[in-house]
Design a protein around this ligand. Structure first.
Ligand SMILES: [Zn+2]
Length: 243
């Protein structure tokens, strides 16, 4: 199976779904990753945007390699400044065409705290269908099917419409997820601690434990949660596309 996971920043996918991606790889599926912005303002410790952008690109590639992804597509838009334009739509369509996914994951576009999440999620939502339209010309040929798409969890659930309906047990790869997430050294403790006063590593651990508690299944300690995109065309049996 071919999996396309789309993030807005160079740690979104690792913090929210590295366990799920790792499970795909371990069972022999092909994982393709897209990161739409370069994260070039995510630091209070570096002097220039170029400096932190380069660090984050390197961190993202190391993390993608640890996941075992086939490819990391780095779109390199400025952090906080990706917009819905003809150019960004075509680039996202090309990512979908290149990956030819059986299943897609994207940021939920539901007024999350960060505009890059909403815009990137919306671009993914558009590209999922438009990638198959032959009269839209890009570098790669059109896809031949419309895959199911799942949203990964937003920054907060209390102010969005995120209601997870699919749960992946990542207990067996929890240590691996930590190892992958730690590749983002500039973010794992530094950025969250410096800017928000809260280590981001604590956040996803709490979330993964919380969703496990919601599942209430013996032996299940860590869970990543997703929400199926509820729009036409819904794909029957979408759950079969999750590990
Ligand atoms: Zn993000």
């Amino acid at each position: 199976m071919r999996v396309l996971a789309i993030g807005a920043h160079p740690d979104d996918l690792e913090f929210r779904m590295a366990g799920t991606l790792r499970l795909y790889v371990e069972r022999g599926d092909e994982v393709y990753m897209v990161v739409s912005t370069n994260g070039n303002i995510g630091s209070t410790r570096h002097e220039t945007k170029a400096e932190i952008g380069a660090i984050r690109h390197k961190e993202a590639q190391v993390a993608a390699d640890k996941i075992g992804a086939k490819e990391l597509m780095w779109l390199d838009y400025d952090d906080e400044f990706i917009f819905d334009t003809e150019e960004t739509r075509l680039r996202m369509i090309d990512c979908v065409r290149k990956a030819r996914p059986d299943v897609m994951f994207a940021p939920p576009y539901m007024r999350d705290y960060n505009p890059d999440h909403d815009i990137t999620g919306y671009l993914a939502f558009i590209a999922r269908i438009n990638a198959g339209i032959p009269l839209i010309k890009t570098d790669y040929p059109p896809t031949t099917k419309i895959p199911p798409m799942f949203f990964w969890i937003p920054g907060g659930m209390s102010y969005t419409n995120f209601a997870p309906d699919h749960f992946v047990d990542i207990t067996s790869v929890w240590e691996k997820k930590l190892e992958i997430a730690r590749c983002h050294r500039s973010q794992f403790e530094d950025w969250g601690g410096d800017f928000f006063g809260y280590a981001l590593s604590k956040k996803f651990e709490a979330e993964n434990r919380y969703f496990a508690s919601q599942c209430g299944t013996p032996g299940v300690e860590f869970v990543e949660a997703f929400m199926n995109q509820r729009t036409f065309p819904m794909v029957a049996g979408a759950y079969k596309f999750l590990p």
